[in-house]
Structure formats: structure tokens, C-alpha cells
Design a protein around this ligand. Structure first.
Ligand code: PEP
Length: 248
């Protein structure tokens, strides 16, 4: 039985005091859930949010991480720095990182390998662009992303990975993939994991959907066999909506 995940991605939103207020507003309402509750917050509030959520079931993670431990990489944050503040979760390969910050399948792979070396759990984001879906190559695109992302990733490390399927045309646009289309792609990703690894890993790995998930569509998405949760941008910024998502 795969434990569901609701993960908020705050992108470049919220100050520390807003983050604390959000935690005050949600923590009593999400504490009895069977869902894994995660928030990926901006770097400036990572340590304070990590400390503030100590003793709760809310996991705080980073939105990105560099693939070197240190070096001349102005503006970047390394796995050692995350570990230094006890942060053990990161997103890798979000489509906004791929689109605006030159993230490639190669850097995604390097980041995953480095995160795992440092015992940091990863949510790997994959997904196709609108024109790729219109040209019926969405599965080829996602397959390529998956194969490269997991190059040299050993089977025993796969329990530290969650995959988020996020069709780029559905992120922040209000357009959601139909639950059937989302499930079909997620089931395809699961079969690719089976090809790369084995039955057990493909059955156990959690695969989320992301792209305009909100309280009104979460239940239908979660009712699909292969969808194990949501990576949520916009609706994760409002405490009342986030509570509804966790308690779908
Ligand atoms: C995201 O940030 O990964 C995302 C899916 O955003 P939204 O829910 O706003 O579409």
C-alpha cells in the first residue's frame, strides 16, 4: 500500500512570518492524516520553517539543490548546506527550473545522484509541453526524462524517490489533465520503472500528479489507481485549500 503524498510547492512566494502563520493555521488540521504532508519553500525560510515544524507531521523541503557540494556556483545551494539545517527533501527538475534556469535531463540526473549520496529524498518532476502532447509524443518525452534521470541510480536507492508527473501546460494555468489522462501517463511511468528496475519497485514507488490540483478536483484524481498524490503550486499557498487537499 503506497502512502499518499500532498506536497505544496510555494515557488517564490511568502515571507518567514507568512510561513509561520500558514503552519499555525494548518498544523492542527493535518495532524491526524494518513497522508504524507510536505511543503517545498523558498531557501530564505528553509531553516526557520524546518525548526518551526519540529514535532509536527509536516515535512519541509527545498525547491532545488546543486549537484556539487561546494564551489564557484554563485547563487546556488548545495546538499551539504541543506543537511546542515536538517533538510532532507528536495524537488529536482521542476519544469520552471528546466524552462527558466537551464535545467537539463543531465543536470537532473547529477542532482538526483548527489542528493541520494547525501541521504536527501527527491521528488523528481517530469512532464511534457503542450506542443509535445499535441504531436502525440508526450510518452516519448517523459520516457526520455525518466531514463536519463535514473541513470546509475541503484535499485536500493529507489525508496528515496517520488516522481511527480506534471504536464507543463497544466501548471499554473487552471487547466488540469483529465484524471484518466493523468492516470494513463502515471501508469506508463510505472511501467517504465518496471522496465528499468523490477515489479516490486514499480509497485512501491509513489507517483504524483501536478498541474492545477485544487480542492475541487483532488478527490477524483486521488481515486485513480496509479495516482498517489499531488504536487500543488497555487492551491498550496492558501491554508484553507491546503487543509482540504490533505484531507481529500
Ligand atoms: C507546481 O508548482 O508544481 C504546480 C503544479 O503548480 P499549480 O498547482 O499551480 O499548477
Amino acid at each position: 500500500m503506497r502512502k499518499p503524498v500532498i506536497a505544496g510547492n510555494w515557488k517564490m512566494h511568502k515571507t518567514i512570518s507568512e510561513g509561520f502563520k500558514f503552519i499555525d493555521d494548518i498544523k492542527e488540521n493535518v495532524k491526524d492524516t494518513d497522508v504524507e504532508v510536505m511543503l517545498f519553500v523558498p531557501y530564505t525560510m528553509l531553516k526557520s520553517m524546518k525548526d518551526y515544524t519540529d514535532g509536527t507531521n509536516i515535512i519541509i523541503g527545498a525547491q532545488n539543490m546543486h549537484f556539487e557540494e561546494n564551489g564557484a556556483y554563485t547563487g546556488e545551494i548545495s546538499p551539504l548546506m541543506l543537511k546542515d539545517i536538517n533538510v532532507k527533501n528536495t524537488l529536482v527538475g521542476h519544469s520552471e527550473r528546466r524552462e527558466y534556469f537551464n535545467e537539463t535531463d543531465e543536470t537532473v540526473n547529477k542532482k538526483i545522484l548527489k542528493a541520494l549520496e547525501h541521504d536527501i529524498d527527491v521528488i523528481l518532476c517530469v512532464g511534457e509541453k503542450l506542443e509535445e502532447r499535441e504531436n502525440n509524443i508526450e510518452k516519448d518525452v517523459v520516457k526520455k526524462q525518466i531514463i536519463k534521470a535514473f541513470e546509475n541510480v541503484s535499485a536500493k536507492m529507489m525508496n528515496k524517490i517520488v516522481i511527480a508527473y506534471e504536464p507543463i501546460w497544466a501548471i499554473g494555468t487552471g487547466k488540469t489533465a483529465s484524471s484518466e489522462d493523468a492516470n494513463e501517463m502515471i501508469s506508463f511511468i510505472r511501467s517504465e520503472i518496471q522496465n528499468l528496475y523490477d515489479d516490486e519497485i514499480s509497485e512501491e514507488i509513489r507517483i504524483l500528479y501536478g498541474g492545477s490540483v485544487k480542492p475541487t478536483n483532488v478527490e477524483e484524481l486521488m481515486n485513480q489507481d496509479d495516482i498517489d498524490g499531488g504536487l500543488v503550486g497555487g492551491a498550496s499557498l492558501k491554508a484553507d485549500q491546503f487543509i482540504e487537499l490533505v484531507n481529500f
